[in-house]
Design a protein around this ligand. Sequence first.
Ligand code: G3P
Ligand code: MG
Length: 345
Amino acid sequence: THSRSSTASRQQPHPPLVFAFDIDGVLLRGETVLPAAKRALARLEGANPTGLKIPYILITNGGGISEEDRCRKLSKQLGFDIKPTQYVQSHTVLKSVVHKYAEKPIMVFGGKFDEVRKVAEGYGFEKVYTTLDVMAWNPNVWPFHELTAEERASTKPVDFSRTPISAAFVFHDPRNWALDVQILCDLVQSGGIIGAPYLPVSEQNKVDLVFCNPDLLWRAAFDRPRLGQGAFREAFQAVYHALTGKRYPYVQYGKPSEVTYKFAEKVLVDRLEELSGRRPAVSPEVYMVGDNPESDIAGANAAKWSSVLVRTGVFDPAQGPPAHTPTHIAEDVEEAVEWAIRREM
Ligand code: G3P
Ligand code: MG
């Protein structure tokens, strides 16, 4: 058995048990909180054999608003206080790369209106533009969209013929894929100045392209999984390939990327220190609970965490075994927590 009581050496301090929860398909389905989620978190907030709190963090490929705003919303939805120190979303990791672009003009993609611009500015990016700014500058860039009053109100006056964009960051899911694919193609083909002559294909690598969420699919409120930011990435790459015969080079963050899991490990250790007042003596025993084998299970397995796959999200047992083998498969997040507590305590 794996239970701690049978752990051979008593000299070694026991690694503290901690959980890392995915959100969509595990705790939430769209705006709806899964009933099992509240019961699972109650166990970790003290209703367990030790009577003590068992630390946990949330790691999501979602995003589009600030960590603070999302934590306020999650605390209301889940009924427990979720702090930003317990929360990693798709683009949180960009805080560690801002220094490379601080004063350079960047374009951000995804989310509603200028919400992602505000998140990027909150991270320290100083010259942040949106695809709606481009349409306000020259509506001929994409003939099939007319800015709504609310969209126009979210824009900034910019002359993009004199604003070389150094990098394109896809923070969250674009709302107008056609407009955003068109502008992304303009940026990479013209070396960052929208409307400038296209560079030779062999020189089309001037604009850094960063995606924050690789999910082809995710589980929202609908009965079947929905297309995620990974599908937008493939749509752009398919169009760019049709235009140039090549795929455009890009950096991918989000689960299952190693950089995101390493970042999450640091958040976990910092959270343990925040709760106990000291750095943990040994690395924690992490249990990741997720619904997507490609992002949650693949990433947790590579990080040498225990992984529990639940049946309430993307994974559909009728489609056969998961592409990445979890430590355990559970019906829902409550069963996942119960199994891990029994195994570790
Ligand atoms: O946009 C969010 C979606 O891609 C998946 O979110 O919480 O299941 O990682 P999550
Ligand atoms: Mg999920």
